[in-house]
Design a binder for this molecule. Structure first.
Ligand SMILES: NC(=O)c1ccc[n+]([C@@H]2O[C@H](COP(=O)([O-])OP(=O)(O)OC[C@H]3O[C@@H](n4cnc5c(N)ncnc54)[C@H](OP(=O)(O)O)[C@@H]3O)[C@@H](O)[C@H]2O)c1
Length: 331
């Protein structure tokens, strides 16, 4: 049975921020489908996460060709829910995908050649059962392909009607500035940049956020919760249903050291003083930067999405709170 979305899903207009200098607004929290949406994951939970997010006003869903496992299955599974439940609401959705990482065998299955990027977009559209994606990204810079070629492929995707906007992910400040110039000259301005950015990973602060501000490009930090570390998940060990326990491809149990848990505990105490959960404070901290349009969260449970949206109730930090966070992170 098709889903009937909540009538009050747009009750909070303050949820949305303009993306850079574009006309596009995005919700301050977006849902990523990197984990928990593959064929290995529970179909009922996959559907519940997508539909609850949409009911709460989260209009932006982020995918990539390789999300699964197996690679491609997150797009297929999202496409099924979209078709079955939200087909009438396509114009209320911002759906992104990416090409850049290893997707199929041979020399045309990864990186940034025109051949790979455009073939991958066609494959993504088939899996998603869509005519176009709203945002199409180059997932990572390719050191061996001219930037003009990769950016030309992105611009072609827009000209051919298969994408509305283009974005960059994992490009450093210099690469971003060069790519933005090429895209502008091609008449397809860069909408958004997707870097890894959270309290434990500050590289974006060393030039990238400045370039994005200067260029009028929005920013959508990924892993704002450090894959769950910046939540109450690991305060008392590694729960069996957590990412570190059941899918440790990227968040390995050995990374959850005593020292790290000590920092997380101190951050949690500060969050409580602010009347927030640690996850809410970590999201507010990312969103404090005016160039950040939206924080790109993941979730394994509907309740996590609900908790995370509570972050928007307090996005302000006093200088003392910011200094306390710096002291904890420096320890
Ligand atoms: N462009 C790139 O190269 C790139 C790379 C990585 C990710 N991304 C994008 O970023 C998205 C988000 O990545 P991520 O999933 O690592 O983000 P994240 O938000 O840092 O971590 C999400 C995980 O945190 C836990 N969590 C979330 N909310 C919680 C809450 N309120 N309380 C307790 N735990 C909570 C859950 O872990 P449990 O599963 O343990 O419950 C959840 O799976 C991806 O889906 C993808 O779209 C992009």
């Amino acid at each position: 049975m098709s889903h009937l979305p909540a009538a009050n899903r747009y009750a909070n207009p303050a949820l949305y921020r303009r993306c850079g200098h574009s006309g596009l607004q995005l919700p301050q929290l977006s849902l990523g489908l990197w984990h928990n949406f593959g064929d290995v994951d529970d179909p009922a939970n996959r559907r519940a996460l997508i539909l609850r997010a949409f009911d709460l006003g989260i209009t932006h869903f982020d995918l990539a060709n390789n999300y699964g496992p197996p690679p491609g299955s997150a797009e297929t599974n999202f496409g099924r829910v979209l078709h079955a439940d939200l087909a009438a609401y396509r114009d209320e959705l911002i759906i992104s995908s990416k090409a850049g990482y290893d997707m199929w065998p041979g020399p045309y299955g990864e990186w940034g050649s025109r051949k790979y990027v455009l073939a991958s977009l066609d494959q993504s559209l088939k899996r998603l059962q869509l005519d176009y994606v709203d945002i199409f990204y180059s997932h990572r810079p390719d050191p061996l392909t001219p930037l003009e070629e990769t950016m030309g492929a992105l611009a072609h995707a827009v000209r051919s009607g298969k994408a509305l906007y283009v974005g960059l992910s994992n490009y450093n400040p210099e690469q971003t500035a060069r790519a933005a110039k090429i895209l502008r000259e091609l008449g397809t301005p860069c909408l958004i940049h997707q870097p890894k950015y959270h309290m434990f990973e500050r590289t974006a602060e060393h030039g990238l956020l400045d370039v994005l501000t200067q260029e009028g490009i929005g920013c959508i930090p990924f892993c704002p919760l450090a894959q769950g570390l910046l939540t109450n998940r690991y305060l008392g060990g590694i729960p069996a249903d957590s990412r570190a326990a059941h899918d440790p491809r990227f968040l390995k149990p050995e990374h959850i050291t005593e020292a790290k848990v000590g920092q997380i505990r101190e951050l949690d105490t500060l969050a409580q003083k602010r009347g927030q959960s640690l996850a809410q404070m970590a999201l507010a901290w990312v969103l404090r930067h005016p160039t950040v349009t939206t924080a790109l969260i993941g979730a394994s449970k509907v309740s996590q999405i609900e908790d995370n949206l509570g972050a928007l109730k307090n996005l302000q930090f006093s200088p003392e709170e910011l200094a306390t966070i710096e002291r904890i992170l420096a320890a």
